[in-house]
Design a protein around this ligand. Structure first.
Ligand code: GLN
Length: 240
């Protein structure tokens, strides 16, 4: 699936590999296809309820076990919004249709009355040092995490998983789910490199390294979204 430029995440991964002389081979996985057994990284974009309903059964039946096995062996996964929801246990659409999920994340998603749309700023210390992620959310689903996975971060601006517990996204082993479209990785280059680093070390061992890149433009994009989102948030919450 692909909404709000989610496939831009693949372009970002591809460029960041190419700039370092690393070949990235991209295989699209559609209905009826199997999950490629030699994959290093799984990307799953977002979609509307209609698209999620069109793929959910096929995804769970034909790819679910392979994707779970991939994640259990530290395969790296990034899933955004509708893709994140389908990596949980289940997603119930606004119309009340319960779609199965692959069960990678110990989470389920229920429908909400209101659709949340806007920029999001998230803080995470999952990777050792405190970092921020910026993105754009557009979902009515409310995701509730259970004890088998951890949140990716805390929402500073935006609604995140469910608008009540302050969490955004989920992490299980090297699988990451989140509500951040936009695309996510071009504006959060450090996160792209965390994913690539995990995938490289899984394949080539703990000494595999990524050469640093000049991320000044990407960091300016990140800072610009962050500042704009925080300003708007302050104005709306009356503290401006
Ligand atoms: N259909 C889902 C929801 O509204 C996911 C939407 C998306 O991926 N943007 O919650």
């Amino acid at each position: 699936m692909n909404v709000y430029g989610d496939r831009g995440n693949i372009i970002a991964l591809d460029r960041r590999c190419r700039w370092r002389g690393i070949d990235l081979h991209v295989t699209s996985v559609g209905r009826g296809d199997r999950f490629p057994p030699d994959a290093d990284l799984l990307f799953f974009g977002g979609g509307q309820d209609r698209e999620q309903a069109a793929i959910a059964d096929d995804f769970v039946q034909h790819k679910g076990a392979a994707v779970r096995e991939f994640v259990e062996t530290d395969g790296v996964a990034l899933a955004v919004c509708g893709g994140f929801q389908l990596l949980g246990a289940s997603y119930t659409t606004v119309d009340g249709q319960e779609l199965p999920g692959a069960g990678v994340f110990d989470a389920r998603t229920e429908p909400g009355r209101e659709r949340w749309i806007g920029n999001v700023v998230v803080e995470t210390d999952h990777f050792g040092t405190p970092r921020t992620l910026v993105g754009f959310e557009n979902h009515s689903g409310r995701t509730l995490l259970s004890s088998g996975c951890a949140p990716l971060g805390r929402v500073i601006v935006g609604k995140g998983n469910n608008g009540t517990d302050g969490t955004e996204g989920a992490v299980y082993r090297s699988a990451f789910g989140c509500y951040l479209h936009g695309s996510l990785l071009p504006k959060n280059p450090w996160f792209a490199d965390e994913l690539l680093g995990l995938a490289l070390r899984r394949r080539y061992g703990p000494d595999a390294r990524l050469e640093p890149l000049d991320d000044s433009l990407e960091e300016r994009a990140h800072a610009s979204v962050r500042t704009r989102a925080q300003r708007l948030h302050k104005r709306r919450s009356g503290a401006w």
